[in-house]
Write a new protein. Structure first.
Length: 232
């Protein structure tokens, strides 16, 4: 007979995780939890774009939903984005360590993106707010040739006993990245190891209504050819 282990409630898991996190903080580790504002995982152009890009690939779309509950109930206790690497701690039956490695954006592709966006991004502020022309939006979110990584450029690792290529802890962290990009969109460029300053020329300036726009949800979904699925 298979042994499934003793049932542990979400509240008990989180209490145990808090104790483990407290130990790490005492040892000097800076903890950066994923805290959602409401039940919507991502709200910004970059945050939604990240999640919908991953959901647009069939292998991921079937596995990612396992992580939505985990990220919504605060199980991603720590998430850090560094060049080419995402590290996280996720509360489950134990506190699990997650590492996701992302291939750097190919230099030739980055040069192409810069060339296509030349003269069309007015400022860094405009870029990070996702306030630019629909033409630029299509370039940076292109499914195959944009800023978001392809599945074969993502290496997943979790020390939980689940043998699936993407367990719920990994899925929760991937959604957590989308949430983190709401507040820190510059982390996408850091992750792909490119400099966003190279996408525009001139000094920092505020976007104006005449040369920028915020893409509505229905148009953002059209960029990826899928329905929005981030709301509860």
């Amino acid at each position: 007979m298979a042994y499934w282990g003793e049932y542990v409630s979400a509240a008990e898991r989180q209490a145990s995780a808090r104790r483990e996190i407290a130990k790490l903080e005492k040892r000097g580790q800076q903890i950066e939890p994923v805290v959602l504002k409401g039940q919507q995982i991502a709200k910004s152009f970059w945050g939604k774009g990240w999640c919908q890009h991953l959901e647009s690939f069939s292998d991921y779309s079937n596995r990612l939903p396992r992580g939505r509950t985990y990220v919504r109930n605060g199980s991603v206790c720590h998430l850090k984005i560094e060049p080419g690497t995402i590290t996280a701690l996720v509360s489950g039956t134990s506190l699990y360590h997650v590492t996701i490695t992302i291939t750097p954006l190919e230099p030739a592709l980055w040069e192409t993106i810069k060339g296509q966006c030349s003269g069309q991004v007015a400022s860094l502020l405009e870029l990070l707010r996702g306030q630019f022309s629909h033409h630029v939006m299509k370039i940076v979110t292109d499914r195959r040739h944009g800023l978001f990584p392809l599945p074969n450029q993502i290496k997943l690792d979790c020390d939980c006993p689940d043998g699936a290529r993407m367990c719920k802890h990994l899925a929760a962290v991937l959604y957590g990245v989308g949430s983190r990009l709401d507040d820190q969109p510059e982390m996408l460029f850091r992750l792909r190891q490119v400099d966003p300053m190279e996408l525009f020329a001139g000094g920092l300036s505020l976007p104006t209504a005449s040369n920028s726009q915020v893409l509505p949800d229905d148009q953002l979904a059209d960029l990826f050819g899928i329905e929005l699925s981030l709301d509860p």
